[in-house]
Design a protein around this ligand. Structure first.
Ligand SMILES: *Cc1c(COP(=O)(O)O)cnc(C)c1O
Length: 322
C-alpha cells in the first residue's frame, strides 16, 4: 500500500535490538494458563496478555521501536498515520514519549473508546474515508504536503521488529510450544510470529486467524497475490480490506491460516471473560476462536493464543454480557 519501494523484512537481530530499545518503556506482559480453560479446550493453553499493555494492545511495541529510531535520524516535522484505532494509539503513545507531533486519520464510524484514547495521548485525530482503504488513499495524497513522515500501519520493518518482541517473550517463557495462534488484520503480528518462531522454535506451528467477514489478508495469502475484500467484520482490530506487501511476504512462513466467523469470535471473547477473567476486544479473542475451530488437532498439546487487545466498543461489551 505504501508508494515507496517495498520494504526489507526485519532480521532476528533487529528484534533483539527492538527488545533492548523498548525495555525501558514496557515491562514484559504476563502469560498464564487457566485450568478451567485448559479443561474446556483439552490443550494446555497459554494466553499472552497484550491486553495488559498501557494502550490496551500489542501494537505499542512497534510504535515505540519505530519512534525511538525516528528521533535519532529523521528531519521531518511529525508523524502522520491512519488506523482503526490500536495502531493509532501505539503511534500516539510513542510520539508523546519521544516528543514528536502526531496526526492520526481514522475511517468513519470509529470506535469511540479508541478515539478518546488517541486524543488523550495528545495526537490530532481526523476522520476520513468509509473504510481503511479509502483512508489510506487520502493519507497517501496529503502526506507530501504536510511534510510529516507517513507511517504505514504495516509496511514498516521497525513496527514488525517491535511487535516481534512479544514472541521473544513468549518463547523465552515456553520454548516448547506446539503451536501459536495469532489474529491477523494487516499481518504485522503474524509476520513477527513467523520471524521469531523460525529463529528460536522451528518446530512450533504458527497459525494465523482472520475473520471470515474481512478475509483480505487470508485470501491474499492463499492466492499468492494481493486481493481486496469487503470489510463486514465487527472486530475493528481486524477490519482491513487490502493486503500489505511486507507482512504478506513474511507470512509465507505461516503453517496455516484459518478463517473464523464473527459469531465464533464473540464466543471466544465470552470464554476469555468467564474462564480466564480477561476482558478482550473482539480482535483480541480471534486467536482463541481459531484454536477452538481446530482444537481436536491439539488435544494434550501445549499451545499459545495471543490476546492482542482489550479496547472493546461499549456496545460490544453490552452485547457480550446480554
Ligand atoms: C491490529 C490488531 C490485530 C491485528 O494485527 P495485525 O498486525 O494488523 O495483523 C489484532 N488484534 C488487535 C487487538 C489489534 O489491534
Amino acid at each position: 500500500m505504501s508508494t515507496d519501494l517495498p520494504a526489507t523484512p526485519p532480521s532476528f537481530t533487529d528484534v533483539l535490538r527492538a527488545a533492548r530499545l523498548i525495555a525501558p518503556y514496557l515491562p514484559q506482559t504476563p502469560m498464564w494458563s487457566y485450568p478451567v480453560l485448559d479443561a474446556h479446550l483439552g490443550a494446555e493453553t497459554f494466553v499472552k496478555h497484550e491486553n495488559a499493555q498501557p494502550t490496551g494492545a500489542f501494537k505499542v511495541r512497534g510504535g515505540l521501536n519505530l519512534l525511538a529510531g525516528f528521533t535519532a535520524g529523521r528531519e521531518k516535522a511529525g508523524v502522520l498515520t491512519y488506523s482503526t484505532g490500536n495502531h493509532a494509539q501505539s503511534i500516539a503513545y510513542a510520539a508523546r514519549i519521544f516528543g514528536v507531533p502526531c496526526t492520526v486519520v481514522m475511517p468513519e464510524n470509529p470506535n469511540p473508546a479508541k478515539v478518546a484514547m488517541v486524543e488523550a495521548l495528545g495526537a490530532a485525530v481526523e476522520i476520513k474515508g468509509a473504510t481503511l482503504v479509502e483512508t489510506a488513499e487520502y493519507v497517501n495524497a496529503i502526506a507530501d504536503d504536510r511534510g510529516d513522515r507517513l507511517v504505514s500501519p504495516a509496511d514498516e520493518p521497525d513496527l514488525i521488529a517491535g511487535v516481534a518482541t512479544l514472541y521473544l517473550e513468549m518463547f523465552t517463557r515456553q520454548p516448547d510450544l506446539d503451536a501459536v495462534f495469532v489474529p491477523v488484520g494487516s499481518g504485522t503480528g503474524a509476520a513477527a510470529a513467523c520471524l521469531v518462531a523460525r529463529a528460536v522454535a522451528p518446530r512450533c506451528r504458527v497459525i494465523g486467524v482472520q475473520s471470515a467477514q474481512a478475509p483480505a489478508a487470508h485470501d491474499s495469502w492463499r492466492s499468492g497475490e494481493p486481493v481486496r475484500r469487503p470489510i463486514e467484520t465487527v472486530a475493528d482490530g481486524l477490519a482491513t480490506g487490502s493486503a500489505f506487501a511486507l507482512p504478506q511476504g513474511m507470512m509465507r512462513g505461516l503453517d496455516d491460516f484459518l478463517l473464523v466467523d464473527d459469531e465464533d469470535i464473540r464466543a471466544a471473547q465470552r470464554l476469555l471473560l468467564t474462564k480466564a477473567h480477561t476482558l478482550a476486544e473482539l480482535a483480541g479473542a480471534a486467536a482463541l476462536a481459531g484454536l477452538i475451530a481446530v482444537r481436536g488437532e491439539f488435544t494434550g498439546r501445549k499451545v499459545a493464543v495471543v490476546c492482542t487487545g482489550a479496547n472493546a466498543r461499549p456496545a460490544e461489551l453490552q452485547r457480550m454480557l446480554a
